[in-house]
Design a protein around this ligand. Structure first.
Ligand code: MG
Length: 385
């Protein structure tokens, strides 16, 4: 029987790579639903190729979509809750959640509640509501697509939780590894968008350059694998070949090593426990000999420290951190603030809002909006400087 797949966020980087994987294995997967936030033209191309039963578009893209897709046999869904509606369709087995940011939270929860397997690329969902999500998810129901977490999951197969001493999260260091704070101040959007190893969407590429991505991944790992924040250590690994390492109490380390190619974690999430022949070459001996690690410079890249502190304090802190970061990254991409101000905005937003210890989903929504507003005010202030 084919696995029936819905992809939320089809036209983003992960969505397109998911399509690539599914295209290679038509005997294993059937696409039931595809969504996009704004790239209706690409969605239409995929609709012609795969003829899914459902298509979903955001409200602002609906008018264009209705025109462009008028000849399609797929049902077109839109409106406020279209992602959650698609995530809970009875015809769907696996929901790939690959939308940007906070928007991925609700459909993730709804899909888990409906008993779907969730292949989660939107790390922000776990960052914001890790406790809520992990309390709903049954064993094996939530499969990470983030490469480091997929790697950690692979290292942990067959192991006991109490035997784990430390999870090492490798970070390539981004385009500005080795930069001083002063040098960072003047970097441009174009420079920040040039990631040395991974080809990704703009939001995550900027997060990689500030190291906030690794901070968010630290929070994600704490929730996914029930670890203490002290049990997750970020290491700089410029070659991006080792995607996670787990240290056990007997002194052994298990690592997952492969070329940096997102199709590997995507395929594993879709086909788990099967490993699909993806035609991705293994790293050469020469590449393997080049593997190196170093400590991150947390004085210059303060995002890491902020994220660790946020998950330690718990409550709404990761939600505030994430919201402020999303707004600040946008402001940087729109050239409203300098690169170093991204983390400044996040820090100031955290300082301005008091801690809410145990927020439920509704409260998290409110706090998310509030944090965005506060971050926006700080941005306005900075852009006038
Ligand atoms: Mg990652």
């Amino acid at each position: 029987m084919k696995k029936r797949v819905a992809i939320l966020g089809t036209t983003g980087s992960i969505g397109q790579q998911t399509i690539d994987v599914i295209r290679q294995f038509p005997e294993l997967f059937e696409i039931v639903a595809l969504t996009t936030n704004s790239n209706v033209e690409l969605l239409w191309k995929y609709a012609c190729e795969f003829n899914p039963r459902y298509l979903g578009v955001s409200e602002q893209a609906y008018t264009i979509a209705r025109e462009l897709l008028c000849n399609s046999e797929s049902a077109l869904l839109s409106g406020k809750d279209y992602l959650s509606t698609i995530a809970t369709l009875p015809e769907v087995d696996i929901v790939v959640v690959a939308v940007v940011g906070f928007a991925g939270l609700e459909p993730t929860i709804k899909a888990l509640e409906a008993g779907k397997t969730v292949a989660l690329a939107t790390k922000e969902a776990l960052v914001v509501a890790g406790q809520i999500i992990t309390s709903i998810a049954q064993n094996g129901q939530l499969v990470p697509i983030d490469s480091e977490h997929s790697a950690a999951m692979q290292c942990l197969i067959g192991e006991r939780h109490q035997d784990v001493a430390m999870l090492y999260l490798p970070a390539s260091g981004g385009p500005f590894r080795g930069y001083t704070y002063q040098q960072l101040k003047n970097v441009t959007v174009e420079q920040a968008l040039k990631h040395p190893k991974w080809n990704m969407g703009p939001k995550i590429t900027i997060d990689s350059a500030t190291l906030m991505n690794k901070g968010l991944e630290l929070i994600e790992a704490v929730h996914l694998f029930s670890l203490k924040p002290e049990q997750v250590k970020v290491v700089i690994h410029p070659q991006a070949l080792v995607h996670a390492m787990v240290l056990f109490h007997d002194g052994s380390i298990k690592a997952q090593i492969s070329k940096p190619d997102m199709r590997i974690p995507i395929a594993l999430a879709l086909a788990y426990p099967q490993r699909l022949p993806l035609n991705i070459p293994e790293p050469s001996l020469e590449e393997l000999s080049s593997i190196s690690f170093e400590e991150p410079d947390e004085e210059t890249f303060r995002a890491l420290r902020l994220a660790r502190q946020a998950v330690k304090e718990g409550g709404d802190r990761p939600c505030v951190l994430n919201a402020a970061n999303e707004v600040a990254v946008n402001a940087f991409l729109n050239r409203k603030i300098p690169f170093t101000a991204i983390v400044e905005v996040v820090e100031e937003t955290l300082n301005k809002l008091p801690l809410t210890p145990k927020p439920d989903l509704k409260t998290l929504h409110k706090i998310d909006l509030q944090a965005r507003q506060v971050a926006q005010e700080i941005i306005t202030k900075i852009s006038k400087r």
